[in-house]
Design a protein around this ligand. Structure first.
Ligand code: GLN
Length: 293
């Protein structure tokens, strides 16, 4: 290719100007820097230092190819192939939901409590289970997903963060397949299930609807189907007093708390994310066992 050489600074200005009408001015500068950083192998601070230097031809070709994908609304996380969550980097693919900062609230709640054995239902990238085990070296767990390709990604992330020996992975459709994995019983159950309603899903950005797995985002209908299944199956797998934490949509606190109450959980509470929106419902399996009330 015979593309004229440009400096890092000039490439960033041009890329930001092209991206702004597509993804908004606020994200355009940041994403242009992330693309050029990935293409050149330079960390953000080095990009500024290199502003007046020409971008090597091969790096420029890589950056242009990535920019073209982003202009077509492919999410940056999938273009880069990785994304940060709770201070660690996770491999992401088209088969997984990209970890969101909202979910860090669930991690904080879990890490504030004692537990040693975690079950993560619908693990996707493995971000939740891998983070929890990386943060708590004495713990172990089981993570499930219905999608084998997602389990492969979770396996890579578990290895990457040194928890593979403490995390079993199993293909399962919520509870179906968990008992067969003979996991023992858990004192923590976590899940970020698909919870977007069919109506809300239709209004999501193309980065999400065209590129992230539909099944990880919406169960259809009112968005509550996965919580109904999760709540019903808790009894068999939990030790008494086990903590249950599920991520929710901001308008689902009451409904999911109601499902947890009806399933017999104690101490059901709703907790906010970093933006102050309801994001996690917590409950405890009854000390006297399910059905004792
Ligand atoms: N918070 C995600 C979104 O709105 C949804 C995640 C999920 O359904 N578990 O994009």
């Amino acid at each position: 290719m015979n593309v004229p050489q440009v400096t890092h600074g000039a490439w960033l200005i041009a890329a930001r100007a092209r991206l702004a009408p597509v993804i908004g001015a606020e994200d355009a500068g940041r994403e242009a820097r992330m693309i050029l950083g990935h293409a050149t192998g330079l960390v953000p601070a080095r990009l500024s230092v290199a502003a007046a230097d020409p971008v090597p031809q091969e790096a420029q070709d890589r950056a242009e190819a990535m920019l073209a994908r982003r202009m077509a609304r492919e999410p940056l996380a999938q273009i880069l192939g990785h994304w940060a969550f709770y201070g660690r980097d996770f491999t992401v693919t088209r088969d997984t939901l990209t970890p969101r900062p909202d979910t860090e609230a669930l991690i904080d709640l879990a890490l504030a409590q004692p537990w040693r054995r975690v079950l993560d239902l619908g693990t996707g990238t493995g971000a939740i289970a891998v983070t929890l085990l990386a943060e708590r070296p004495e713990a172990s767990g089981l993570a499930s997903d219905i999608c084998p390709a997602a389990l492969d990604v979770a396996r890579r992330n578990a290895a990457r963060h040194g928890v593979a020996e403490r995390l079993d992975l199993v293909q399962a459709d919520w509870w179906t397949g968990i008992a067969q994995a003979a996991p023992g019983r858990f004192d923590l159950v976590v899940s970020n299930p698909p919870y977007v309603s069919a109506a809300d899903y239709a209004g999501l950005a193309p980065e999400i609807t065209l590129w992230e797995p539909r099944g990880a985002l919406t169960p259809g209908g009112d968005g509550l189907a996965a919580y109904r299944v999760i709540a019903q199956g808790l009894g068999a797998q939990l030790v008494p007093g086990a903590l249950c934490l599920v991520e929710i949509g901001a308008d689902q606190g009451q409904a999911v708390a109601g499902l947890f109450d009806a399933a017999g959980l104690d101490d059901v509470t709703v907790h906010p994310d970093i933006n102050g929106k309801p994001r996690v419902v917590a409950g405890r399996s009854p000390i006297g066992g399910f059905g004792a009330k």
